[in-house]
Design a protein around this ligand. Structure first.
Ligand code: TYM
Length: 336
């Protein structure tokens, strides 16, 4: 079997559907920042998924949000000098092309079985009013990933089924047309993350801001959400408390982490210590958000345009090369 080469070591994207929340960071961006610090990965590539935002119920302020997400990536610790950042719609031709080629390799019923789509249909829509683009969501994700020949894709648990589809489509393509596209892998630091909403109803998400710590919100708002956050009765561990502890350990410094460990022990022994925990969490969160917001406020729109222009050139070049190879394998390349 031909050995296929990856082009991008670590690759991920975020939809510009409003401000980022802390679970986006824990679920994906932090994996890259942590591994990059330890010099354990090659040059990462990240992007803003503005085409995927078209599947949001009411996409608004997309252009402004795209710039915000790029600033978020940088303020969260991705150094634009050692990472490529681009905007998805800059690659519309290549993505549309690969979408079409990949679409013949997956059935409508396979797409309807994708858990995220099933969940959406159960919650707030029916098949009769779900757009074709929504059903194609995982195919478009596969195109993003496969066009860049990505090796590792760090995402939260909610996106894992989509990465499985990208793997499935890469394998199916190679089987049908010969070895062309390397199969990507899911990347997590430990267990795949699924941070719960602070209000206890489902996962933390942009569509339920009352249960989300939004990075751009005034800090007092986030602190008041922590005050009201669901925890657990003394001696019990719940998913809500587990998520809150993960958030706490993520924003805490070493001393605070030790303190949290010690509080958890007392909690499991029946101590009434959730107020104390929330206090440590609030101090750590306040510092984390202040630092993030300060870093972000120093970034100008013009420097962001330059960064995405440079990143876009690299992503476009990769995508063009992949499409050329794909077309050749499919015997669609008439002129050499
Ligand atoms: P998006 O914008 O919904 O989320 C961005 C990242 O945040 C993670 N995430 C979470 N992780 C843990 N707990 C949560 N509650 C939580 N909520 C969100 C997501 O898993 C994701 O990693 N479809 C993608 C964007 C995309 C993409 C791609 C990603 C488009 N093409 C190709 C990777 C590769 C999305 O909507 O993410």
């Amino acid at each position: 079997m031909k050995k296929l080469e990856y082009k991008v070591d670590v690759f991920t994207g975020i939809r510009p559907s409003g401000g980022l929340h802390i679970a986006n960071v824990i679920g994906s961006v932090n994996t890259i920042v942590t591994l990059q610090k330890k010099e354990e990965i090659g040059r990462p590539m990240v992007f803003v998924a503005d085409l995927h935002a078209l599947t949001d119920a009411e996409p608004k302020d997309t252009q402004k949000n795209v710039i915000e997400v790029v600033k978020d990536y940088i303020a969260l610790g991705l150094d634009p000098k050692s990472c490529d950042i681009f905007i998805q719609s800059e690659l519309i031709e290549e993505i549309s092309g690969l979408n079409l080629y990949l679409s013949r390799l997956i059935t409508v019923s396979e797409l309807l079985r994708v858990p995220t789509l099933k969940e959406k249909i159960k919650k707030n829509m029916e098949v009769s009013n779900a757009s074709v683009l929504l059903a194609m969501y995982p195919i478009m994700m596969a195109s993003d990933i496969l066009l860049q020949k990505s090796k590792f894709v760090p995402v939260g648990q909610d996106q894992q089924a989509h990465i499985e589809i990208a793997r499935y489509l890469a394998r199916k393509f190679n089987k049908a047309y010969g070895e062309t596209i390397p199969v990507p892998n899911i990347l997590t630091l430990g267990e795949p993350e699924r941070i719960k909403s602070l209000s206890g109803d489902g996962k933390m998400s942009k569509t339920n801001p009352s249960g989300a710590i939004l990075l751009d919100d005034p800090i007092e708002i986030s602190l008041s959400k922590i005050k009201k956050a669901q925890t657990a009765f003394a001696g019990e561990m719940t998913d809500s408390l587990d998520s809150l502890l993960k958030i706490g350990k993520f924003v805490a410094n070493e001393d605070e982490k030790e303190k949290i460990e010690e509080i958890v022990k007392r909690h499991m022994n029946g101590g009434n210590v959730m107020g104390e925990f929330k206090q440590v969490l609030s101090v750590a969160m306040q510092r984390y958000l202040k630092d993030f917001q300060e870093k972000k406020s120093k970034l100008s729109d013009s420097e962001i345009f330059k960064i995405v222009q440079d990143g876009g050139k690299i992503a476009k070049e990769n995508a063009k090369e992949t499409i050329k190879e794909v077309r050749k394998s499919m015997q669609f390349e008439y002129i050499s």
